[in-house]
Design a protein around this ligand. Structure first.
Ligand code: ZN
Ligand code: ZN
Ligand code: ZN
Length: 195
């Protein structure tokens, strides 16, 4: 039942003619506007879907106190588990490794795939990402990246054309030969820099 006082409905938590008054917004709405809840006498949640949605949105909004607290609790419990549960720790480490492998793959694909730009070597174990302009040290310092950090930074930066895929031989040859692999200096079409 619903009773009307001064034109406002008062929630009585009873379904009448398929209508139920929301305890949140106090609007009478069809039961299709409520999620089912078998524990309730009415068979539905006391608050309508829109109210529940709004509540969740507020609770999960970035920077909300509840969200920060929840994240902190989660972080604390996961840190504890990481220290005390070897299975959890190993799973975490495996996942991190897989993530790095995925990032590495994506980076190589973005720079021409797993093939040396100089000699065509395709053995993955030999291939490296090489800074075309030989400014790797500067670059690493500038962005505080190296290894996984570099892959992540490259992804965020949209894989700028500063790298190429080289095999270890060509990379080494390039370094020892003033910036150009002895294989074929002309193929690069890049500036030669003193190292
Ligand atoms: Zn409502
Ligand atoms: Zn090569
Ligand atoms: Zn080469």
């Amino acid at each position: 039942m619903q009773s009307s006082q001064n034109g406002r409905f008062v929630a009585l938590s009873v379904v009448v003619d398929g209508m139920l008054v929301c305890t949140g917004c106090h609007v009478s709405k069809p039961t299709s506007e409520y999620s089912r809840n078998r524990c309730r006498k009415t068979g539905f949640q006391p608050r309508c879907k829109a109210c529940v949605k709004a509540w969740i949105a507020k609770r999960y909004a970035p920077g909300s106190v509840a969200k920060e607290a929840r994240l902190r609790r989660r972080r604390d419990s996961q840190n504890l588990r990481y220290r005390t549960d070897p299975n959890f720790r190993n799973a975490r480490i495996d996942r991190a490794k897989a993530d790095v492998a995925t990032l590495r793959d994506a980076a190589f694909q973005a720079y021409g795939g797993f093939v040396c730009a100089c000699c065509g070597e395709t053995e993955r174990a030999f291939l490296q990402l090489d800074h075309i302009a030989n400014d790797g040290c500067k670059h690493r310092k500038e962005y505080k990246v190296g290894g996984p950090g570099l892959y992540r930074w490259l992804k965020r930066a949209g894989y700028p054309p500063i790298l190429q895929v080289l095999c270890a031989n060509c990379n080494f040859g390039k370094r020892m030969n003033g910036g150009v692999c002895p294989h074929a200096a002309a193929q690069y079409g890049i500036e030669i820099q003193e190292v």
